[in-house]
Write a protein that binds this ligand. Structure first.
Ligand code: FES
Length: 99
C-alpha cells in the first residue's frame, strides 16, 4: 500500500500515516526505512509521540524501547515486540506491506 512520496518523510522523524484504516509510523533513516503500528505494545499510547535514534524507538510515556533492526525487540515495561512491516521504495513512492 502506498503511504506517500519519499520527500514526505523527514530523515530520522517518526512520521504518522493513516492507510487502509490503520495508524502507522514510517521512519526514514538514510537508506533504511521502517514501518510499524502507531501504538506502543505496553499501554497502547502513540509511538509517534516518542523519539527515534539509531534504529531504536523510545516511547515517551513509560520509556519502553523497540529495536527496529531486531524484529521490534522490546524493553521493559513493554513485554511484546513491535510488529514491523516491510517497506519498499520504488522511484519516488513509498510502499508498506500490510500483510
Ligand atoms: S505506553 Fe509506551 S511504554 Fe507505556
Amino acid at each position: 500500500m502506498r503511504v506517500g512520496a519519499v520527500g514526505d518523510f523527514a530523515d530520522g522523524a517518526l512520521s504518522p500515516v493513516a492507510v487502509a484504516g490503520r495508524e502507522l509510523v514510517v521512519v526514514r533513516d538514510g537508506d533504511a526505512w521502517y514501518a510499524f503500528p502507531d501504538r506502543c505494545t505496553h499501554a497502547k499510547r502513540p509511538l509517534s509521540d516518542g523519539d527515534y535514534a539509531g534504529g531504536v524507538v523510545t516511547c515517551i510515556y513509560h520509556g519502553a524501547t523497540f529495536d527496529l533492526n531486531r524484529a521490534g525487540k522490546a524493553t521493559m515495561p513493554a513485554l511484546r515486540a513491535l510488529p514491523c512491516h516491510a517497506v519498499a521504495v520504488e522511484g519516488d513512492d513509498v510502499f508498506v506491506d500490510l500483510a
